[in-house]
Design a protein around this ligand. Structure first.
Ligand SMILES: [Fe+2]
Length: 175
């Protein structure tokens, strides 16, 4: 007859302490990757908010097409934002996600106030914003790649594809 499985409730120590993170990435590398992702997240949120702001406020002859284009972009960015944040958590770090955190961490400058009729300035700011996220994501990808963090590399590769494509499509409107 086999021994009955031990009732976990009988051992007061079981389940009380979370184990140390050991996913095969050295602790110093995990920290570097997480910190790089925090900057990517701050940039992604800042660009998301700017894109949604312009979606709300655009007026003029380009309203229909740009209102719709910005909507596609901010919806995609919102979903990615969650994915980046959850990767930071999986690497063992809390997510700095207050307005103050984003302002401190982002590489995207606030930019001048945009008139709601000035669609060209909106598109220009979103072009450089997408380029800024691309640069930050590319930098973080290098850090993750060096440490063999394939899930982060994969995620950032996807982000680069999207932001570089967005930058191209926006830039094309001004050419
Ligand atoms: Fe809308």
């Amino acid at each position: 007859m086999s021994t009955p499985a031990k009732n976990l409730k009988e051992d007061p120590k079981v389940g009380q302490t979370a184990p140390e993170i050991d996913i095969g990435i050295e602790a110093g590398d995990r920290k570097k990757i997480a910190e790089s992702l925090m900057v990517v997240l701050a940039d992604a949120f800042t660009l998301y908010l700017k894109t949604h702001n312009f979606h709300f406020n655009i007026t003029g002859e380009m309203f229909n097409s740009l209102h719709a284009m910005f909507e596609v972009q901010y919806n995609e960015q919102w979903m990615a934002f969650d994915e980046i944040a959850e990767r930071i958590r999986a690497l063992g770090y809390n997510v700095p996600a207050s307005y103050e955190d984003f302002q401190r961490l982002t590489s995207i400058k606030p930019g001048t106030k945009v008139e709601h009729t000035d669609w060209r300035e909106m598109v220009r700011q979103l072009t450089v914003g997408n380029e800024a996220v691309s640069r930050t994501a590319r930098q973080a990808l290098g850090v993750a790649d060096k440490a063999g963090d394939d899930p982060t590399v994969d995620m950032l590769t996807q982000r680069l594809k999207v932001h570089e494509k967005n930058a191209w499509m926006l830039r094309a409107l001004l050419q």
